[in-house]
Design a protein around this ligand. Structure first.
Ligand SMILES: Cc1ncc(COP(=O)(O)O)c(C=O)c1O
Length: 422
């Protein structure tokens, strides 16, 4: 089911008209659907029948506490990359033995915080980090379980900023140094080296790179076991792609050109699982985007329209401070009217109020004709949306709403001007 959908010509989130939410809570406004989040999580969990195959939600995609509590209650684990995310995960009820701590630059106090809370594992990314984890564990009289993140040099064919598994990327230990690094880690007294980890990138829309990564990991596990290192878990990372283009279709909307739809979520898992399961390891996944992206929209209101002889601009009240992805890496988000009032289309730039030319949501985009005060929905903004919001140009951060059927909950209040001063 599509939880964000048109009923006739009006856009709804589950059973709530989005126009009503904009009216009540103002714009810009993030709105999330609980139903879609749960459906996404279950699509990933369903093929993972074994109790020790775990879906660790990557908090970086969206760390709203209400969403975290929802996912924790559904049995998900958590993938965290900072003390802040670990704090949020613990407060939201994720069990420590289902938390993995990833990230290329963990500070000593963050390692200590993880150890004190007995998290399942650190995904270490360098030999120096292994040394530090061992030292901190020794100081605390603990044993730290670690997986080593190995960079398999696989091209995920995603955007360069979110491709992480190539040898020129900063992430992990390179494949040819992996065996050596594992051997060394096994000599450190306060480490239990039990896992291999990889994460080849984000918004990957084909299954082949994951199959390559699975084969690489299975092969690495057998080489490590031959070397006497008892690997018990494989962490495959996240990265499953979602549909940004034509996320919603309606006879009144222009048909968008672009990438074909990625395969259904469960297929990513079903296809890599046999290779991974053959190792006898427990299998961990770290999806972020695929759980929340299509569960969120950003509502924004048209302030003005203007033409300069070259272009037509639609100036909206949301900007790069609310949604950074288009400015950061030209990310594509479909933009649709909350009420379809015309079937006429026009090519426009949708731009925000920030004093930067890079402050745009869409360029040269065919959109339904718009006018002052129209409401627009920027789709597929549940992931890497609010988490990247800032106070640039001293603009308060938007509110966030979670919808469940007809029920509406404010899960983060809009920032006030006074909060900008504190
Ligand atoms: C180590 C790691 N795991 C998981 C994720 C989540 O990726 P995605 O949101 O594409 O599923 C990321 C994102 O960059 C990551 O760096």
């Amino acid at each position: 089911m599509q939880f964000i959908h048109y009923r006739d010509k009006e856009l709804y989130c589950e059973d709530v008209p989005l126009a009503d939410l904009a009216e009540e809570f103002g714009t810009p406004l993030y709105v999330y659907t609980k139903g879609q989040i749960l459906e996404n999580l279950r699509a990933i969990q369903a093929p993972l029948q074994e109790p020790d195959h775990i879906v660790c939600y990557a908090l970086k995609a969206n760390s709203n506490p209400a969403i975290l509590q929802l996912l924790a209650a559904e049995g998900a684990g958590a993938d965290v990359v900072s003390a802040g995310e670990l704090y949020l995960a613990l407060e939201s009820g994720f069990p420590p033995d289902k938390i993995v701590f990833a990230g290329v630059g963990k500070r000593e106090d963050e390692i200590e915080y993880g150890l004190q809370n007995d998290i399942f594992s650190f995904n270490a990314e360098s030999v120096q980090e292994l040394q530090l984890i061992s030292l901190v564990a020794m100081r605390l009289g603990k044993k730290a379980r670690v997986a080593l993140r190995v960079n398999p040099d696989i091209d995920a064919q995603s955007h360069p900023y979110i491709t992480t598994g190539l040898k020129e990327n900063k992430f992990g230990i390179s494949a040819h140094e992996a065996l050596e690094a594992f051997r060394y880690a096994a000599t450190l007294p306060s480490l239990e080296v039990s896992g291999v980890h990889t994460h080849i990138g984000s918004q990957i829309t084909r299954i082949e790179p994951f199959l390559d990564a699975a084969k690489f990991l299975a092969d690495l596990v057998s080489r490590l076991r031959e070397a006497g290192i008892a690997i018990q878990h494989i962490d495959v990372g996240g990265g499953f792609g979602v549909q940004y283009v034509n996320a919603i279709t309606h006879e009144g909307l222009p048909l968008e050109l672009g990438d074909s739809a990625p395969p259904p979520l469960s297929q990513f898992i079903e296809q890599v699982l046999p290779t991974l399961q053959a190792t006898g390891c427990s299998i961990w996944f770290e999806p972020g985007r695929s759980i929340v992206a299509n569960a969120g929209v950003l509502l924004t209101r048209v302030l003005y329209t203007k033409e300069n002889g070259v272009k037509k601009f639609v100036i909206v009240d949301g900007g790069m401070n609310d949604l950074l992805r288009p400015a950061l890496y030209h990310a594509y988000h479909q933009i649709v009217p909350v009420k379809i009032e015309t079937y006429e289309h026009e090519k426009v730039d949708v731009v925000g109020p920030i004093c930067e030319t890079g402050d745009f949501f869409a360029r040269d985009r065919l959109l339904s004709k718009t006018k002052r005060n129209d409401l627009l929905a920027v789709l597929t903004t549940g992931a890497y949306g609010f988490v990247n919001a800032s106070n640039y140009n001293a603009r308060p951060k938007p509110a966030e709403i979670l919808v469940n059927g007809e029920k509406v909950r404010v899960v983060r209040e809009r920032q006030t001007l006074e909060q900008l001063f504190s």
